[in-house]
Ligand binder design. Structure first.
Ligand SMILES: [Zn+2]
Length: 275
């Protein structure tokens, strides 16, 4: 039992200092922070804009890692998220979304019209309806301006392509986060077919950081696409010793040949990019 009031006071003081310095780090600092979260074999990212707007892109392959990563980077008392983005309705990108909707007040959701019978996806749609959260359908003609120097530039897909692609991966929302000092490209699990369609649209693809599509699978990241994006850094979100062998050695070699360094969440844990 601690009976000495000075010791108790010192412990409380130390805890207070620790807590407030952690909280201060999570407050808006006039910079864009992109956290590629360590969620295992899937995708999950948190973006905090210079004025403190919070955007979550994809919800990881399980709720535990995704929720604890979010609470690591969001202020303790903050129970709201400005926008969720679902790249495409596959489990490794949406698993924690129902739990996020139960825990946080979400302002709006950007997604595509792609259908999926997955119970987890249906649960997510049910909660969106129940909570009456506005949905924005991804549309390259409708970019989203956050009013603090950050714009979400939707690159692909066109809304009229839903249901016409060979694979759900190729309905992935491709988007660029534009700031005055850097551009971060998110490409979901887009494969060669979608890369070609996006390139053919003539959209500006240039970015400084590329979230490498489909966890570094060899079915994505064609050389032509990489030459159009010309990133200075590639980031791969993949789980340790995953059964798919992601990232594929062919892709690692391709980035090396192009002189683009890569970072992988399974090796480095959470990766932060800041502008
Ligand atoms: Zn995936």
């Amino acid at each position: 039992m601690l009976r000495n009031p000075i010791i108790i006071f010192m412990i409380v003081l130390a805890a207070g200092i620790f807590f407030s310095s952690r909280e201060l780090q999570r407050l808006p600092d006039g910079k864009l922070h992109v956290y590629f979260l360590d969620v295992g074999q899937g995708d999950g990212a948190l973006i905090v804009t210079p004025s403190g707007k919070q955007i979550v892109i994809d919800g990881g392959p399980a709720e535990g890692a995704m929720l604890s990563e979010l609470s690591n980077h969001l202020p303790f008392f903050d129970r709201s998220i400005d926008m969720l983005v679902l790249s495409h309705p596959h489990l490794d990108h949406l698993f924690a979304f129902p739990d996020i909707l139960r825990r946080y007040r979400v302002g709006r959701i950007l997604m595509t019209g792609e259908q999926a019978a997955l119970p987890r996806y249906q649960e997510f749609l049910g909660l969106i309806r129940e909570q009456r959260i506005p949905i924005l359908l991804a549309d390259p003609d409708k970019d989203i301006d956050f009013g603090d120097g950050v714009t979400l530039d939707i690159v692909w897909p066109q809304p009229d392509l839903f249901g016409k692609t060979s694979d759900g991966n190729n309905t992935s929302v491709m988007l660029r986060i534009l700031t005055g000092s850097g551009i971060v490209f998110f490409s979901g699990d887009a494969e060669k077919e979608e890369e070609i369609a996006a390139l053919a649209s003539g959209a500006d693809m240039r970015a400084t950081v590329l979230k490498v599509a489909h966890h570094g699978s060899k079915t994505s990241s064609e050389t032509g696409f990489l030459l159009a994006v010309r990133p200075s850094l590639g980031i791969i979100s993949a789980g340790k010793k995953n059964k798919f062998g992601h990232p594929n050695a062919v892709i690692l070699d391709r980035f090396e040949a192009l002189g683009v360094p890569l970072k992988v969440t399974s090796v480095e844990g959470m990766i932060e990019v800041r502008y």
